[in-house]
Design a protein around this ligand. Structure first.
Ligand code: GLN
Length: 188
């Protein structure tokens, strides 16, 4: 049976996630901006972009609490980059966030836009082959709670983790041709 996977579509790498999802059999990707959308999807991706902007729009559209409730009720959710910041329980320096996952996140942890970079790394939870990882003004995770599974570290910093129905990546798989992590998420 086909599953509906939404991409929160206020701002950021929405089209790119939609494209990656459209390559996966049995998945119907939809853009989500409204409460109806939140209640329709089987799973949701919060894309990379600007976490302050996305959080303001979530509030303006009245989705902050309904989205948090669906996540707490177990809906699979994947936050890439800005999306990871929004899911965190704690952010260094504080800003509005959903506060769902037991991680402490540092924004812009690698520096400015000019310090963006890419590399390849094997993340055994997803695949035995190295995956392309793209970091754009990326955050990393400073610390995790006991229920959080650390999936990838880079230079001693956590850049990918999972806690039950919640997956977060500091990097942007949607900006590559590789759909390994999208497929993994669709199986969650
Ligand atoms: N630096 C951005 C923020 O703090 C995230 C960047 C990204 O999503 N590529 O929201």
């Amino acid at each position: 049976m086909s599953k509906v996977v939404g991409v929160l579509s206020y701002q950021g790498s929405v089209i790119e996630h939609m494209k990656s999802l459209s390559k996966i059999e049995g998945i119907t990707p939809i853009e989500v901006k409204t409460l109806e959308g939140i209640n329709t999807v089987d799973a949701l991706i919060i894309p990379g972009g600007e976490s302050t902007t996305i959080s303001k729009l979530l509030k303006i559209f009245g989705l902050f609490e309904p989205l948090k409730k669906r996540i707490q009720d177990g809906m699979p959710i994947w936050g890439t980059c800005a999306g990871m910041i929004l899911l965190a329980n704690e952010i260094v320096g504080e800003q509005a966030h959903l506060g769902c996952m037991d991680i402490k996140v540092k924004r812009n942890a690698y520096g400015s836009q000019l310090d963006s970079f890419s590399c390849h790394k094997t993340i055994s939870e997803f695949s035995e082959s190295p995956l392309p990882l793209v970091f754009i003004r990326a955050p990393y995770i400073e610390s995790v709670g006991k229920d959080v599974q650390v999936l990838c570290q880079l230079d001693g910093h956590i850049v990918c983790a999972r806690q039950n129905n919640m997956l977060v990546t500091s990097f942007h798989p949607e900006l590559t041709e590789d759909i390994t992590i999208h497929e993994y998420f669709c199986n969650m």
